[in-house]
Ligand binder design. Structure first.
Ligand SMILES: Cc1cc2nc3c(=O)[nH]c(=O)nc-3n(C[C@H](O)[C@H](O)[C@H](O)COP(=O)(O)OP(=O)(O)OC[C@H]3O[C@@H](n4cnc5c(N)ncnc54)[C@H](O)[C@@H]3O)c2cc1C
Length: 337
């Protein structure tokens, strides 16, 4: 039947892969699609814990504006798995170890670079172990929201973290921006494009400088420095922010600045360089400070952290990875591209 793609039979896991991709979000799926289309044997390992699980609609992805993020992932996985050299494993990666040069050469990796990746199956799927020439980390970010008891109840509906993704739907409403990081001023300016009725809550942190506060005041934005006790609401609707002194400031929604964590403990001894925010640093090819380990998507700077940026970055790094393996097989250095 037109439009229905039969999944390919599962690959033999004991045969080495070209790239193992850790994380099956937009970055990993997009990279995977490019690489199977380059005739590479590719395994994607995904633990199915997408960062945007809190939301029902995603915005700004060309041709899919307003789509459910879960549908986007399902479609991406189906497209990837339709290729005969694709393998998708539902599992949590727990280790990545570098093979010795002799081991890598013995399994047929021409440049002597290779890895062993192990992962524990989730939702009834089997544990897996793959040997691979290259590793691409697209594990996204985990978020640490401010510790207010009711914050989760409103996250993804009234409160969001991505201004580019959800600002439009918040136009002209009484909004909050809550955060304790040094980029709060820039984010307040971004939100002011959607609503001038904005209060910036620093929760007691000293992150907005007096001159920045004056600049915000000049465009009608107030900075509230008192500590927050909780987010308040009626049923599903957020109605305000309660401060520790008991005052409730009426607000219907807005933005949080979570702290992010790049969940790459599975790299173990393969320490990769990070920036001041903890994001993984890569060169112009998307390669980390560990030869053969690449990264893409939210986990690398500079963002913005959006679906289409992650997918585009995944595709770009896939092209560089493919060329890196061609160079490695020929034993040559840089090739004009
Ligand atoms: C609430 C919310 C709403 C958002 N709304 C939008 C929107 O409307 N529009 C938009 O463009 N962007 C939106 N975003 C941002 C968007 O979700 C991200 O930019 C995008 O998902 C990043 O893609 P990624 O592939 O880098 O990472 P992710 O999508 O986070 O995917 C990473 C994957 O890696 C897996 N993983 C992690 N660790 C392991 C491991 N050890 N082993 C195996 N798998 C692992 C995870 O389970 C996950 O499936 C939103 C984000 C949030 C938090």
């Amino acid at each position: 039947m037109a439009g229905v793609v039969e999944p390919a039979p599962q690959l033999d896991d004991s045969v080495p892969f070209g790239v193992v991709i850790i994380g099956g979000g937009p970055a990993g799926l997009s990279a995977g699609l490019q690489l199977v289309r380059a005739n590479r044997r590719i395994a994607i390992i995904d633990s199915n814990r997408p960062r945007h699980a809190a939301t029902l609609q995603s915005h700004g992805f060309l041709t899919r504006d307003g789509a459910s993020p879960l549908d986007l992932r399902r479609l991406g996985r189906e497209e990837f798995e339709a290729y005969p050299t694709a393998r998708f494993a539902q599992a949590v990666t727990n280790s990545v170890e570098r093979l010795s040069e002799a081991e890598a050469l013995a399994v047929g990796f021409p440049d002597g670079i290779g890895f062993r990746v192990t992962a524990k199956g989730v939702r009834g799927a089997a544990d897996v172990e793959f040997v691979t020439r290259r590793v691409l980390v697209t594990a996204g970010l985990t978020e640490e929201l401010p510790q207010f008891p009711m914050v989760r109840a409103y996250y993804g509906t009234a409160l969001h973290s991505c201004v580019e993704c959800d600002g439009f739907e918040k136009s002209d409403r009484p909004l909050v921006l809550i955060g304790e990081t040094s980029d709060l001023f820039a984010r307040a300016l971004l939100i002011s494009r959607f609503s001038s009725d904005l209060i910036v809550f620093t929760n007691g942190a000293d992150t907005i400088r007096p001159e920045q506060e004056a600049q915000l005041a000049a465009i009608g934005i107030r900075v509230e420095r008192r500590e927050i006790e909780d987010i308040v609401g009626e049923k599903a609707d957020m109605t305000g922010v309660r401060l520790v002194d008991g005052e409730v400031i009426p607000r219907v929604g807005g933005f949080l600045r979570p702290r992010w964590h790049a969940p790459i403990e599975f790299l173990g001894d393969l320490n990769v360089d990070r920036d001041d925010w903890g994001l993984v640093q890569v060169n112009e090819r998307g390669e980390t400070s560990q030869r053969g380990v690449f990264a893409a998507g939210d986990i690398v700077p500079p963002g913005p952290q959006q679906l289409i940026i992650a997918a585009g970055n995944g595709a770009r790094v896939a092209a560089k990875l493919n060329m890196d393996m061609i160079r490695g097989a020929l034993g040559v250095g840089v090739i004009d591209e």
